[in-house]
Ligand binder design. Structure first.
Ligand SMILES: [Fe+2]
Length: 202
């Protein structure tokens, strides 16, 4: 096996472990506030600069078109006694989700390709409305508190996946209380995508 390729999981794990230690320190110092989650986003942005450790097509394959809503997430962080879960995700162009919250904080950072995030709020006067749009691509991230509402719209062409780091307060499979919204603000439960796998750890 090529030496460089075989070192990727170990090199990646080392940086992931270091990032998770810094995230834990942020939470110890600042608690779970919007400011703290934005600081965690900055750590993830730094991690994402090591793109070659995450965008590894030989190691991570996208979902087969038409299965699992065209999405897969490979878990990167080790169990450190917290529910926090870091993934590298691959989504196929055209995939979208309805507006939803997470009921836990969520951080998305682009690696390759673009996923448009639309942000919404429920206003007592104006009802449900879009308030922002962020094209999450390389060097761009978004941090969401549990009550924040977003929808995603994966850009690109063909079956070329869009790659991201996704970091959550709780593992995707445990996000069973997410709520989705229609344009009138009506709500229903938004079940998690079950297509998660474990990345090789170095
Ligand atoms: Fe989401």
């Amino acid at each position: 096996m090529d030496m460089k390729v075989s070192n990727i999981p170990a090199e990646r794990q080392k940086l992931v472990d270091q990032t998770m230690a810094r995230v834990a320190q942020i939470e110890r110092t600042h608690g779970v506030t919007r400011e703290a989650v934005n600081m965690m986003k900055d750590e993830l942005m730094q991690l994402a600069t090591h793109k070659h450790l995450f965008v590894v097509p030989d190691e991570f394959q996208p979902a087969k078109r038409g299965t699992f809503k065209d999405f897969v997430a490979y878990r990167l962080n080790k169990d450190d006694g917290t529910p926090r879960a870091l993934y590298v995700s691959l989504a196929l162009p055209g995939k979208s989700s309805p507006p939803h919250n997470h009921n836990n904080w969520a951080i998305l950072v682009g690696l390759d390709g673009v996923e448009t995030n639309k942000l919404y709020k429920v206003d007592p006067k104006d009802g449900f409305k879009q308030i922002d749009q962020i094209d999450v691509g390389q060097g761009v991230g978004v941090a969401l508190m549990g009550e924040d509402i977003h929808s995603i719209h994966v850009q690109g062409r063909g079956d070329e996946p869009v790659w991201q780091l996704r970091f959550y307060e709780r593992a995707l499979e445990d996000q069973t209380d997410r709520v989705q919204f229609d344009e009138k603000g009506n709500t229903e439960l938004f079940p998690p995508n079950p297509n998660t796998k474990d990345a090789a750890q170095g």
